[in-house]
Design a protein around this ligand. Sequence first.
Ligand code: FAD
Length: 504
Amino acid sequence: MEKKYEVVIVGAGISGAALAYELARYTDVKSICILEKYEEIATLNSSEKANSQTIHFGDIETNYTLTKAKITKQAAKMVEKYCLQHNLQNEAMFSHQKMALGIGENEVEFMLERYEEFKELFPNLQVWDRENLKSIEPKLVFDESGNERKEPIVGVGSIGEWTTVNYKKMAISLIENAKKEEGKIVDIFFNEEVLDISKNDGVYTVSTKDMSITCDYVVVNAGAHSLFLAHKMGYGHQYSCLPIAGSFYMTKQTLLNGKVYMVQNPKLPFAALHGDPDVAQNGLTRFGPTALVLPKLERYKGGNYGDFWTTLRLDFTIIGILFNLLKDSDIRNYIFRNFLFEIPYINKILFIKDVRKIVPSLQVSQIEYAKFFGGVRPQVLDKKEKKLLLGEVSISTGDGITFNMTPSPGATSCLANAKRDMVAITTFLNKNFDLAKFEEELIEKEIPQTNIDLEKQKHFVSKIREEIKAYEEKYYPTLVDGNLPSYWEKPYIPWRNKRDHWAF
Ligand SMILES: Cc1cc2nc3c(=O)[nH]c(=O)nc-3n(C[C@H](O)[C@H](O)[C@H](O)COP(=O)(O)OP(=O)(O)OC[C@H]3O[C@@H](n4cnc5c(N)ncnc54)[C@H](O)[C@@H]3O)c2cc1C
């Protein structure tokens, strides 16, 4: 079968779906085709089981700087605005309370300083001391005997915001709405793996086993396979892909009322463990993700080990980058520990020790390894820069084809990334883009007013600082050397520090 479209999108995850929607709604591109390898929309990383379902605004992600949070917030607001515009509240988008939890004096002080820095960008942020936490998220405070944890704690977060998205449902909605745009052809073909893309006389031919489609512009939104296809066409050879799988553990009851993130060790490349209500599992609490290097580009799908080696392009530069990463003992321990999280029997025992930093009372009998949950973050290694890149990578060739790799928070950034590609496509094809309509519908113009009482927050901040002072006075003299271990030394393994202020 041969067909002709203006734009072909490879991959029907959240990135491909967002681009199809924006092209159909905001440009005069008339015909769009999506080619998807599997039998339905969003079966890989955008599936509700593969990711943490979080809309990352940057308020509770403690590894985001204020500048990064400003950018992420705008992208996140696009997701929120889209879902509201299409009435997806409590269907694909959900609201929970959310917080970043600081534990121990260093983290608490860090969280309080961060609050001061971020409160203007996020006017609904609140500071929750121990007493507040007892009522809004009691599991964070008490151990299994009902005793309060000893260390100082603080939660900085908000209530009443949109926090969670089932990105599969959102992807389905995006494609359905793209198809509804008048005068546009938006076709999607399933079970059509793109095997080859070539260009002749300014026209691209995208080939699957059964189809050959010609078009003027191609965007490859195929996750880790984007780089595989780029390499095949001779692009992006400076990049390699390191697939980092993330797994989850599910509780048997609902333990948390909202999202609880931890303070992130900035040395570690992946998000700190967090607890989230799973909107596709009746709000049961899901802890994770772990981080494990996997020699596969897709999770829970047969084959593709060969594609991993082809896309890794192992050479001395890659070995050097990996060696440099592993030289750092924090990263080495973290990788080893995450590997152990996958080994039956010992995995739960080890994992629970880490999760008890969030929920001190948690017991092995309360959690289960979440089978068939979790996806793969296609992390990119840059051979020129000789480093691991943490964010997204887009290879825009300037010749009518773009390849996107989207590790976390790629689902949150789907509409923002699509805008970047939409601008490139309309410029290249000499088409029009309705910026005014786009901004009207998807951009948040001003920070909304808040009813959070700042004086009350200041009071909590001083109260918590006083508690820390009292705590230090109580515990410092009992230390042999008089020095507290640096938080950043061993953030994930507090039980190794034999000092009682870490114990729970
Ligand atoms: C453990 C984990 C937790 C995460 N948590 C979050 C979170 O809370 N919030 C957030 O914003 N992000 C999160 N992310 C990241 C987010 O899930 C991804 O960035 C996002 O889903 C990527 O979407 P995508 O459409 O680019 O890729 P995918 O969803 O992987 O879709 C790619 C599509 O391309 C198709 N495809 C591949 N090869 C071909 C081919 N040759 N021909 C045709 N089709 C092809 C695939 O079948 C697939 O449908 C998380 C990721 C992981 C792994």
